[in-house]
Design a binder for this molecule. Structure first.
Ligand SMILES: Nc1nc2c(c(=O)[nH]1)N[C@H]1C(S)=C(S)[C@@H](COP(=O)(O)OP(=O)(O)OC[C@H]3O[C@@H](n4cnc5c(=O)[nH]c(N)nc54)[C@H](O)[C@@H]3O)O[C@H]1N2
Ligand SMILES: Nc1nc2c(c(=O)[nH]1)N[C@H]1C(S)=C(S)[C@@H](COP(=O)(O)OP(=O)(O)OC[C@H]3O[C@@H](n4cnc5c(=O)[nH]c(N)nc54)[C@H](O)[C@@H]3O)O[C@H]1N2
Ligand code: SF4
Ligand SMILES: [Mo]
Length: 755
């Protein structure tokens, strides 16, 4: 047996950012991971880990994980050398650009890219190099509504307040199940433990969910709402806050607030009686909840995927923070607060207190077929298939995916699969040959999760403490395997016409040079007025390139930054390397009005775009109330969207891809436990095994997403044995939250019949 060494790294699998302690045996045949457990000294997670964290080893070892590029030859994927893959892309992508222009290319960026340093730093270069407006991502099947609402209210799409979980007295949670998901847009390792601590200190947890989730089981109260009606419920709470004189806007914030009269008027029609039937929540419960929220010493409303992926996703997300504001809980300890991320973000840069605000439809960009506006530089992924199939000579002919599996993750997925099959060319940067990448002409595999360095660029921006933690790669790269950032930058250079032999290192130098020059010219930067060449020399003296050098630069120029020598103990990559368990910059602090970037310099409680949607909200009441049976999703702790089903230890045991049905519905519909039933929606149908359970409200059925493996042409041997069914065959590509372009994935009208 060789020497054992211990390495520490942050788990990149979900938003919780748990610290892992990885034991590595240094044997003559190369290093080998022997054990992964929670890092007890991690400043944020203190040893907490879920069953997925330790499977980074199985993921690395998975024989199905791609280690060489694949190119499709005569319909079959064959392994090739890297040089051959690059040649193939250079030839075919350039042809398409020459023949049809850059707008004939689309991109789809998936969720794991948000947990991965290389895509976080280099996807932007790739998008810029491709030069197409036809950008799509998992954001429009996820959190976009929260970003749009935050943009309108506070000025930037990253101005999303997070619940100050560790200090609050009352959590009102809608459409989130952190006992399974470990939290989202609220980075909090051991979210369950933090909720238990809330209750242990005498606080209260109320969960609004059509299902009795694991989080509901741990809560003081379950509000079994009808799907898709959270915005109605929240509007009625706003109504009660005004009617019962409970509004208590924080004195400090009052001078910086706009729109309180407008929101009062907008809520007038939404009495508890008016929304009771559609929400399934009694008027007395709504009144009591409003009083509890207003009267708790501190309280916070938190809404997540069950509120965002609905017809009123943006409106519901807006109302979450309206209630937080009206109850005096915005930007105060124990309420909803703004992170000040260590690498900075648009709320820490530029002029304090106001900015250019947030808009959609910038540059007049719209999709060709349905005219959906641009939102945050992209279009609704629900429109991807029609833009491929129906846009005539403006149709999308080529697609580049990075860390995405839209065939399982986005609505009306049968249609999307067909559309992908019709493309002239497709490239995927991905670790598996799966339901999406099987359509790719070239698949470029990045190294495994253990073979790369890590810093959670995205999710530390929504953390409940200001923390920083950098992990070096645990295992070296195999042979001539390029790092993921090199893959992305090479793709970018090829798209710019520099050919398959373009020098990624030179491009990376040019990239950092641009950032340094921009920063020394920015009056709000810590290094304003410094000599750019001096800064470059200080950065390069560390011998780092790629993401690590960029990260060092961001850390040093962020709000706690070392600023290249002027702030002795400030943040830098060296500081993080010296602190492998992370550095904690403390609990969140009030940041308003400075963090505002609205044009008015105010908290916009009633932005025009959202006020305008209140008409639609009221008009929806009768139609929503008339829906007989609707489908919602759910998550399981041992699964991760669509892509961790090839890990035996995670998928073994009872099948999880079942249709939950309430006993009353089961009787009415004539379906039996353990037997298949046919589920049908406007766009598709599937057969799923029924699981009868009291843990769901009548009128609602639930099926998890991300299943439906075993498709021909994929290489996922374990997943194929427990294939499950793809719930997104049922979700409707025409059903969108119009304000954000986000798909409706919850509250889908369906019929269920026995087979
Ligand atoms: N019905 C329904 N649909 C949903 C949801 C729902 O609740 N209900 N949830 C939605 C949400 S929140 C999300 S985020 C989306 C997710 O949608 P996607 O991001 O499209 O899908 P994932 O399942 O995350 O697939 C990730 C892909 O990345 C690959 N991958 C994993 N790690 C890496 C890596 O390090 N590098 C690269 N290059 N590739 C990697 C995997 O092999 C896989 O192909 O699904 C959405 N779809
Ligand atoms: N284990 C595991 N962890 C994950 C993931 C995973 O797939 N597996 N995915 C990660 C990703 S990408 C994300 S975005 C996060 C998501 O994290 P969460 O938002 O916590 O997601 P879910 O666990 O799906 O919880 C959503 C809840 O909303 C409920 N719901 C459905 N419709 C409605 C509705 O109309 N109103 C209300 N109030 N509730 C509704 C569902 O029953 C479900 O319990 O999780 C992340 N973490
Ligand atoms: S909770 Fe998330 S970050 Fe923590 S170990 Fe599990 S998957 Fe990794
Ligand atoms: Mo997500």
């Amino acid at each position: 047996m060789g020497d054992l060494i211990t390495k520490y790294r942050t788990c990149p699998l979900c938003e919780a950012t748990c610290g892992l302690e990885v034991s590595v045996e240094m044997s003559p045949s190369g290093p080998r991971v022997t054990r992964i457990r929670g890092d007890r000294d991690d400043v944020f997670s203190h040893g907490y880990i879920c069953p997925k964290g330790s499977t980074l080893k199985q993921l690395h070892d998975d024989p199905d994980r791609l280690r060489r590029p694949l190119v499709k030859r005569n319909g079959e994927h064959v392994e090739v050398e890297w040089a051959e893959a690059w040649d193939e892309i250079a030839g075919r992508l350039t042809d398409i650009i020459d023949q049809y222009g850059r707008e004939s290319i689309a991109t789809y960026l998936g969720n794991p890219g948000a947990h991965n340093l290389a895509p976080m730093m280099y996807n932007r270069s790739l998008l810029q190099a491709l030069g197409t407006k036809r950008r799509f991502s998992a954001s429009t099947v996820d959190q976009m509504p929260k970003q749009v609402a935050a943009g309108y209210m506070f000025g930037t799409p990253v101005s999303v307040p997070v619940p100050d979980l560790d200090h609050t007295d009352y959590v009102f949670m809608l459409g989130a199940n952190p006992y399974a998901s470990n939290g989202s847009l609220c980075t909090a390792p051991d979210f369950p433990g933090r909720l238990e601590a809330l209750r242990a200190r005498g606080g209260r947890l109320v969960v609004v969910d059509p299902r009795r989730s694991r989080t509901v089981e741990a809560a003081d109260e379950w509000v079994a709402i009808r799907p898709g009606t959270d915005a109605h419920l929240l509007m009625a709470i706003v109504n009660v806050l005004f009617a019962d004189d409970l509004v208590a806007i924080d004195e400090r914030l009052a001078p910086h607030l706009a729109g309180d009269h407008e929101i009062r008027e907008a809520s007038a029609a939404f009495t508890p009686e008016r929304v009771s039937e559609v929400t399934g929540v009694s008027p007395s419960t709504i009144r009591r909840l409003a009083h509890e929220l207003a009267e708790a010493p501190t309280a916070v409303v938190y809404g997540r995927i069950g509120t965002t992926t609905t017809e009123f996703g943006t409106t519901a997300s807006w109302l979450v923070d309206v209630v937080n504001t009206l109850t005096g809980n915005l930007d105060r300890r124990g309420g909803a607060m703004f992170t000040a991320p260590v690498i900075g973000n648009p709320t820490t840069r530029g002029k304090a207190g106001s900015g250019s605000g947030f808009r959609i439809g910038r540059g007049g960009g719209r999709t060709v077929v349905s005219g959906h506006p641009e939102v945050m530089g992209e279009y609704p992924v629900a429109a991807l298939a029609e833009e491929i199939e129906e846009a005539g000579d403006q149709r999308i002919r080529a697609l580049v995916t990075v860390a995405g599996n839209p065939v399982l993750s986005t609505p009306h997925s049968d249609r999307l699969a067909g559309a992908l099959a019709s493309l002239d060319f497709m490239v995927s940067v991905d670790i598996y040959l799966n339901e999406t990448t099987r359509h790719a002409d070239v698949i470029l595999p990045p190294p495994s999760q253990l073979q790369r360095d890590h810093y959670d660029v995205a999710l530390y921006g929504f953390a409940i403490r200001n923390v920083a933690n950098y992990s070096e790669a645990v295992l070296p790269l195999d042979g001539d395997q390029p790092d993921e950032w090199e893959i992305l930058l090479k793709l970018a250079l090829i798209a710019q016409g520099f050919g398959p032999d373009a020098d990624v290192f030179a491009a990376d130098d040019a990239n950092i040079d641009g950032l340094v020059r921009h920063s020394v010219a920015d009056p709000s930067s810590l290094i304003h007025g410094r000599d750019a060449d001096e800064i470059r020399a200080l950065l390069d003296a560390k011998g780092r390139r790629g993401p690590a050098r960029l990260l060092d630069f961001m850390l040093q120029t962020g709000p706690y930054g070392a600023a290249f020598g002027t702030n002795a103990n400030g943040a830098s990559l060296d500081l993080l390397l010296a602190n492998p368990h992370g550095v904690d910059y403390g609990a969140l602090q009030p940041r308003l009005p400075d963090a505002l970037r609205t044009r008015s310099g105010r908290i916009e409680l009633a932005p025009d775009e959202l006020l305008a949607d209140v008409v639609r909200l009221e008009a929806s009441i009768d139609e929503l109330a008339a829906r007989e049976l609707v489908l919602v999703g759910r998550r399981h702790l041992r699964s991760n969207n669509s892509w961790m089903h090839n890990i035996e230890v995670l998928v073994k045991g009872k099948p999880r891809c079942t249709l939950h049905v309430h006993p009353d519905d089961a009787q009415r519909l004539g379906v039996r436990d353990g037997h298949p039933a046919r589920v049908e929606s406007r766009v598709g149908q599937l057969d799923a095994v029924v699981e009868i359970t009291e843990d769901i409200r009548p009128g609602v059925v639930s099926l998890p997403h991300g299943w439906g493996h075993g498709v021909a042409g994929t290489r996922l041997r374990v997943a194929a044995e427990r294939a499950g069914v793809n719930s997104n065959v049922l979700t409707d590509d025409q059903a969108l939250d119009p304000l954000s372009g986000t798909s409706v994935l919850n509250g889908i009208p369906v019929t269920v019949v026995p087979i």
